[in-house]
Ligand binder design. Structure first.
Ligand code: PEP
Ligand code: MG
Length: 541
């Protein structure tokens, strides 16, 4: 038995078996090989596979978005055939007698450095493409398509870190816990663990990865923050008791189902749930959320090879609206960028992606993507109580432009004779200090605000939310963040607009009372936190 400690992001406990998820870098580890010939063959067949993937992507994008957007995949296929790139990989395999994955990764680095050194902006922009085609090749070589992985029941996913895309691709029905060497509390992987209501430990350190293999028995104890490898009988017994206690607590909380979200003195504070995909709906219903305060729609785009079509999105939104049966559902428009990336967007590599081309900035720059999403939401809006919300707003012009695209989507639908709800509420996320500070100027333009404390904390305290080392500095309940929240609530109310909180801080039971006293109208949390929050609200005088 060996015990490691980490930071818990969900106070649950599970007994399961290790499943190690290797990072791409690990797949490109240098391995000496006797047979260069075999590695050259592997490289050639991976190349053919990558080219045929790109052909499929080209066709799909042509049909769903257009020729201009599809072109990049044709360029990528041509780059894979480039003589210099191929010669470099071949030479590394032959001269260094190494595996093909390592040769591709090494050639990739060399070409990227060369392109950056040219100083020519066009050449530099091709650097991300080299990385993209090389990653594709490495994936083809290592046969790592996460959605193809057959996870055993009760898998505890162990990894250095998890990207939102990885978490999207895994079969969630088989997962009972997450453990990562790095990671941070407000990362999307942590948020996913809370949504799934499984224990998750972050920042455990790299050492444990060298002590485990697939199938190792393990206890993930999110109550004490311990990872117990090959536990003895005593630890297993204790874990079983804790699991039983948790189950009893869940049963007690279930008595709150159907009860109102109201304080003892009659103040109503709606408790809503956050979701990423329609697959999260059963948990929302099970926990009786009064609505959906944040549908992170970008998860419909992650873990895919190409853009979801308007029809695919329409079906997803329709399903959520119908299932919620008249309760409010706030769809946040695409918040891609920063840690949420999908290769087919072909985003440039940025020095500071959290400060870069993300969320509403990307949507306003690539309106064809934005309008497709808006059309899908409006088409689905006749099936329920839909609201739309724009992420990462900092200025008035962004709201005005975004609303113009809403108008454009509606005009198109009207012209086609397609029905939609004319009165869908449109709101914004307040997740930058700029938006909070000028919330009095923004309020007249929108129907509501929803405060995203995860990003608001990151941008107010200058703390990268992905950086696990910043724990003690990155405090969401910092007075500066709370004051920005208070300003936002006041400004919303003085313009007779309602205001919610949908960041992780909304579920912090130690601070809920302060939010209620500020007058916050709605709190939106992971489904598993809904009933605890309702209980807390009902205890407030
Ligand atoms: C936030 O920033 O608080 C938020 C709710 O959005 P996300 O966590 O998806 O960035
Ligand atoms: Mg955010």
């Amino acid at each position: 038995m060996k015990i490691h400690s980490g930071k818990s992001v969900n106070p649950m406990i599970a007994i399961g078996k290790v499943f190690v998820l290797e990072s791409k870098d690990a797949a490109a580890k240098k391995i000496k090989t006797e047979s260069s010939e075999k590695e050259l063959e592997r490289f050639e067949s991976a190349k053919l596979k990558a080219i045929s993937q790109l052909e499929v992507l080209y066709e799909k994008t042509m049909r769903s978005v257009g020729e201009e957007e599809a072109e990049i995949f044709e360029i990528h296929a041509m780059m894979l055939e480039d003589d210099d790139y191929n010669d470099e990989i071949t030479q590394i395999i032959e001269k260094e007698k190494v595996n093909a994955e390592y040769a591709v990764a090494t050639a990739c680095e060399k070409f990227r450095d060369m392109l950056i050194a040219t100083g020519d902006s066009y050449m530099q922009s091709r650097e991300a493409d080299i990385k993209d085609i090389s990653d594709r090749l490495i994936n083809c070589l290592s046969g790592k398509n996460l959605s193809d992985i057959e996870l055993p029941e009760n898998s505890v996913i162990c990894a250095e870190d998890l990207t939102p895309t990885q978490t999207m691709e895994l079969d969630k029905n088989k997962i009972c816990g997450f453990v990562t060497a790095y990671g941070s509390e407000n990362s999307h992987a942590a948020i996913l663990a809370r949504t799934m209501n499984v224990p998750s430990l972050i920042g455990v350190g790299e050492e444990f990865l060298s002590e485990i293999e697939n199938g190792t028995d393990v206890i993930v104890d999110g109550i004490s923050g311990r990872l117990i490898l090959s536990p003895d009988e005593d630890e297993i017994l204790k874990a079983r008791q804790l699991i039983e206690e948790k189950e009893k607590e869940t049963l007690r909380l279930r008595e709150l189902i159907g009860k109102e979200d109201i304080t003892k003195n009659g103040q109503k504070v709606s408790v809503f749930a956050n979701i990423g995909t329609p697959q999260d709906l059963p948990k929302v219903l099970e926990n009786d959320a009064s609505g959906i305060g944040l549908f992170r729609s970008e998860f419909l785009y992650l873990g895919k090879d190409s853009f979801p079509t308007e029809e695919e999105q329409f079906l997803a939104y329709k399903k959520v609206f119908e299932t919620m049966n008249g309760k409010k559902v706030i769809v946040r428009t695409l918040d891609i960028g920063a840690d949420k990336k999908a290769d087919y967007f072909n985003l440039d590599t940025e020095e500071n992606p959290a400060l870069g081309m993300r969320a509403i900035r990307l949507c306003l720059t690539r309106p064809e993507i934005f309008v497709t999403q808006l059309r899908a939401i409006y088409r689905a809006s006749v099936y329920g109580n839909a609201a739309i919300m724009f992420p990462m707003i900092t200025s008035l012009f962004e709201i005005k432009n975004a609303l113009q695209y809403c108008g454009e989507a509606k005009r198109q639908l009207k012209a086609e004779g397609t029905s939609y709800n004319e009165n869908v509420e449109c709101g914004i996320m307040i997740e930058t200090p700029a938006a909070a500070i000028i919330s009095d100027i923004l309020a007249p333009e929108v129907d509501f605000f929803s405060i995203g404390t995860n990003d608001l904390t990151q941008y107010t305290l200058a703390c990268d939310r992905q950086n696990p080392k910043l724990g003690e500095f990155s405090v969401s309940n910092h007075e500066a963040v709370l004051r920005l929240i208070e300003t936002t609530v006041k400004n919303a109310h003085s313009h007779k607009k309602w205001v919610g909180i949908c960041g992780e801080l909304a579920g912090d039971l130690n601070i809920v009372e302060r939010f209620v006293k500020m007058g916050v109208d709605e709190l939106s949390v992971s489904p598993s936190r809904v009933l605890k929050l309702r209980q807390k609200i009902r205890q407030i005088q």
